[in-house]
Write a protein that binds this ligand. Sequence first.
Ligand code: AMP
Length: 219
Amino acid sequence: MYLILLGPPGAGKGTQAASLSKELRAAHVASGDLFRQAQKQGTPLGLQAKAYMERGELVPDELTVRMVLERLEAPDCSGGVILDGFPRTLEQARALDQALGASGKNIDAVLYIKVSEDELVRRLGGRWLCRDCQTPYQTISSPPKVAGVCDSCGGELYQRPDDSRETVRTRLRVYEERTAPLIAYYIDLNKLIEIDGEQGIEEVRSEMLSALKSGVRAR
Ligand code: AMP
């Protein structure tokens, strides 16, 4: 199964992708995590992506598409993939369709997590991530048991530099301009499923699973 989680920064894509990946036994492929990993390792890709990420802008399509398509070739992706944060532009969506089509595969569904802008700004301000396993926490709605420590692996929690107020504003604007047009693109392909992302984590997860089971699509 190939699923895309689409939605603005802070919508909960990472949290839901991690949980769906376990439930559906599909690989979780997060383009932002791949870029952060490349930066940590100091690879040329990481260095090229750094300045764009710090400004809250999109990394150029060419670099992003190459990185994600390469990741999709890995053996753990053969049983299915949950894409988180990719595609983020029409060019990326078309490149993905083309690459999957060439190997006789296609996207089964796109789960669009809808959340209001006020809620996104509130959530991103209180977001903490594990340095080691990337598990996300939220100060109010899903805090860790011990402040600053990951419940899953004991790793140190940190706040992403691009979650600062100023950069969040840029990321939301970039989302509206470059990524939101994908909603219409996937409606046209009859693949879009809209999910109410303002519910609790468990409710969002169960709405996703039942929507996938019933196969209802937005029109
Ligand atoms: P994320 O962790 O998904 O919020 O991504 C963090 C940053 O990585 C974004 O603000 C972009 O700079 C970059 N990035 C992640 N995914 C993509 C993508 N599909 N296209 C372009 N840039 C991306």
